[in-house]
Design a protein around this ligand. Structure first.
Ligand SMILES: *Cc1c(COP(=O)(O)O)cnc(C)c1O
Length: 338
């Protein structure tokens, strides 16, 4: 495959196959391989009307040794089970999830970007209610599918700090709602505030806890973390999606001899942080240079605003090094496919 690997961006792109299976009469069918990137479903499917759907996101990396690696795929499998329990989808067993991910990655191996390009193969598992219901109730039939696409390096211009705006007019998730689940409804709820942040020139919106508007929740579709006094600090809240990247960064910070605090983080504490960042699979880390609070007219800045801080940089380089196989995987995070 000869693609312009560095300029792919983060966009849907056709590959050769996806894999899928159907849950009917209480059991999952065998995995089916399909070259078609369309799906034919009933117009009354619950995913279309009532948002009964969950998704995941992970990446396949090609190492300098040409081997293909997945990063903590079993954690994505378990998180999808948790999402399924939360909105009453049929659960996809961990073994089936892993089999589907491995199969679709190997079937599309020609699209896994070469080592050194910074590009990766993005893997998107999707679980949807495909049985029709017009009353609000869980479907009797579900489809689980996994598709892939090569995506470019997230930071084409390099690993540079971004600006965010605090969102006070809108919430992405209710205090006891579905913010902790990876379900489409949370994303629909976030689109208008993220679009408004983009219009004003910010990378994304920073959400606060919906109940009191005092504590930091998430940064668009990514978790928040900060560094202060040799401590890695990240918010603890029911409405935050438990990010596998964030969890990995916490483990790495501890391995660097840092303290890790998972606790409510008041907005005003932004003034005390040495470094701040947003984390998730897509970017690994987006360093934050500036946070603007339009209501209080406060502007919080981190470091020199131009370069990522030293701890953020070390975390980023260590995690991406483990993911692409440059650094030894001492935590048992990597699954080598071949
Ligand atoms: C997927 C997601 C993240 C990042 O999770 P990772 O497992 O690190 O990719 C963070 N926040 C939200 C809302 C998400 O949906």
């Amino acid at each position: 495959m000869d693609l312009d690997w560095k300029n792919l961006g983060f966009a849907v792109r056709k590959t050769d196959y996806h894999v899928r299976c159907v849950y009917r009469d209480g059991k999952w069918s065998d995995l089916e391989v399909s070259p078609d990137d369309h799906l034919s479903i009933h117009i009354g499917a619950t995913c279309l009307h009532y948002g009964q759907e969950s998704f995941e996101g992970l990446k396949a990396y090609r190492g300098a040794d040409d081997r293909i690696r997945l990063f903590r795929p079993w954690d994505n499998a378990r998180r999808m089970i948790n999402s399924a329990r939360g909105i009453l989808l049929a659960e996809v067993p961990e073994e089936l999830f892993l089999e589907a991910v491995e199969k679709v990655v190997l079937l599309n191996r020609n699209y896994i970007p070469p080592y050194g390009t910074g590009a990766t193969l993005y893997v998107r598992p999707l679980l949807i209610g495909t049985g029709p219901e017009v009353g609000v109730r869980p479907a009797k039939e579900y489809t689980f599918l996994v598709f892939v696409m090569p995506v470019g390096p997230y930071f084409k211009e390099g690993f540079k700090p971004v600006s965010m705006v605090i969102c006070r007019k809108h919430d992405r998730a209710a205090p006891l709602g579905t913010g902790h689940l990876k379900v489409g409804g949370n994303y629909a709820a976030s689109m208008s505030s993220v679009a408004a942040a983009h219009e004003k020139g910010f990378a994304t919106a920073m959400y606060l806890d919906a109940r009191e508007k005092k504590y930091i929740d998430e940064c668009g579709p990514a978790n928040f973390f900060a560094i202060k006094d040799n401590t890695y600090i990240t918010p603890d809240s029911h409405s935050i999606l438990p990010s596998i990247t964030n969890n990995s960064l916490q483990v790495l910070a501890e391995s660097f001899g840092m303290k890790v605090e998972k606790r409510p983080v008041p907005v005003e504490e932004l003034a005390q942080f040495d470094e701040a960042g947003a984390c998730g699979t897509a970017a690994v880390i987006s360093p934050i240079g500036k946070v603007v609070d339009e209501e209080t007219d406060r502007v919080y800045t981190f470091g020199d605003g131009v370069n990522p801080g030293p701890v953020t940089t070390r975390l980023y380089e260590t995690l991406t090094g483990i993911q692409n196989g440059d650094l030894e995987d001492t935590f048992g995070w990597v699954k080598i496919l071949q």
